[in-house]
Design a protein around this ligand. Structure first.
Ligand code: SF4
Length: 434
């Protein structure tokens, strides 16, 4: 039996990657992707439980989608991802019309449900060997950039985070498998690879660690640019910077290094395993070796116990590091985490005020970073025709900033030198130089 399916994705890049490989896997088995939910007989919602807000959105969307079953009695609707893993069959109480609940490590089950080999139900048992579906992410014609998962799970147990509970413990894919997958996507036109993992720096397969893997990827013919997310500051070693130094054109010094808080006490309560001084020492080392680095971060405001002094320490750290981009979040209690048991003493109103302050400062820093690029020459990767800016090509600078150049001035997939002529917070404009 072949079905027409649609996947709705919430959350992180890992979820997007899982949705993309699941889609490719279903297509490879003869099922057909449909853009319109009305045409689907299988709808899967891939969910995120990292923040309460994300969870509410996904559940709300599911509740509205299940109404379609009144019109289409053959329609099967299921939930996968972190909310499915965390809540299991309780979800049938919240949304009785649901057909299946599939945990983060059970994705092949969805194909079997689609094919009628498995009955609908709950499939959430953590499978600690799960390394992803054996299918490369779908590459569309003209696509030049893709994610490649290198490891899954996390052993860090930050006190606010559900990932170690819903995604399981750290496990790394064999380096040979990763290199094969990259060679295959490069053959399909990909120029830029982003190595993906909950904590990419702790990649280790037998005697291959993350810097060794990075170097092997840089040596694959046809790979023109490499990025990697997400880094844990405690695992970010000098050896990574040594590899960047060897391949300066391929691996730009652009790092996402989640700080979360600038207060020693809050970092300790978060179980982040680094102090503000250690974080600053790491940043100084990066800037010393790569003065034009783009360093972005995540900040959580309103963690239990966060005093005004703690919060000011966060703002001061943001200024001291001069982040190129800041992703700010308001702390929300995640069931089952260590922080759930703490005294939640920061009122919601204060959290919102602090969040707004962090967002404002983050925008100011991002503006400064972009404006400082005006007049410089950046080697940009031409990604596609811009959807929002007619007549322009959308490119990516080494820092990760979007750069717009005139259409017809370059081919998609080329890396070309561009002089930056104007900047907004997240977007730069430029002209190709000869
Ligand atoms: S490092 Fe911490 S925040 Fe990141 S996934 Fe692991 S537990 Fe969660």
């Amino acid at each position: 039996m072949k079905c027409r399916f649609h996947i709705i994705t919430y959350g992180c890049q890992m979820n997007r990657y899982d949705s993309s490989t699941l889609s490719e896997y279903l297509i490879s088995r003869g099922h057909r992707w449909v853009d319109n939910l009305d045409d689907a007989d299988l709808i899967v919602v891939n969910t995120c439980a990292v923040r309460q807000h994300a969870e509410n959105r996904a559940i709300g969307r599911l509740k509205s989608i299940v109404a379609r079953k009144k019109k289409n009695h053959n329609l099967k609707i299921g939930i996968m991802g972190c909310i499915a893993q965390q809540n299991g069959e309780k979800l049938f109480e919240i949304i009785p019309q649901l057909d299946f609940v599939v945990g983060t490590d059970q994705l092949p089950v969805i194909a079997q449900i689609a094919e009628g080999k498995f009955r609908c139900g709950t499939f959430v048992n953590a499978n600690t060997d799960f390394m992803g579906i054996d299918s490369i992410p779908s590459i569309t014609p003209g696509q030049v950039s893709t994610f490649i998962t290198i490891m899954r799970g996390c052993d860090n147990f930050c006190s606010y985070c559900v990932v170690p509970y819903v995604r399981g413990r750290e496990r790394s894919l064999p380096d040979e498998k990763i290199l094969d997958e990259i060679a295959r996507v490069v053959d399909n036109g990909i120029k830029e690879i982003t190595l993906l993992g909950q904590n990419v720096n702790s990649y280790r397969y037998e005697n291959v660690d993350f810097p060794a893997l990075l170097e092997k990827v840089a040596q694959i013919p046809g790979v023109e640019r490499i990025r990697f997310v997400t880094n844990h500051p405690k695992d970010f070693s000098d050896k990574i910077l040594d590899v960047l130094e060897k391949y300066p054109r391929k691996i730009p010094p652009a790092f996402h290094l989640p700080l979360q808080s600038g207060s020693a006490d809050i970092l300790s309560a978060m179980n982040r395993k680094y102090s503000p001084d250690e974080y600053i020492a790491l940043i100084e080392n990066i800037y010393r070796r790569f003065p034009h680095s783009a360093i972005s971060t995540d900040i959580i405001v309103g963690f239990p116990g966060e005093s005004e002094q703690d919060f000011q320490a966060t703002l001061n750290m943001m200024k001291a590091v001069n982040f190129s981009g800041v992703f700010a979040f308001r702390y929300s209690i995640r069931p089952g985490t260590a922080a759930e048991k703490l005294h939640h003493d920061v009122p919601e109103e204060l959290k919102i005020q602090r969040l707004n302050q962090v967002i404002r400062l983050g925008i100011q820093l991002a503006n400064n970073f972009s404006e400082n690029l005006v007049g410089t020459i950046q080697d940009v990767l031409v990604e596609r025709v811009s959807y929002k800016n007619p007549g322009k090509l959308r490119c990516t600078a080494p820092s990760g900033r979007t750069v717009l150049i005139d259409e017809n001035s370059a081919e998609i997939g080329q890396i070309v030198p561009v002089k930056i002529t104007a900047a907004k917070t997240w977007v730069l404009w430029g002209k190709i130089i000869s």
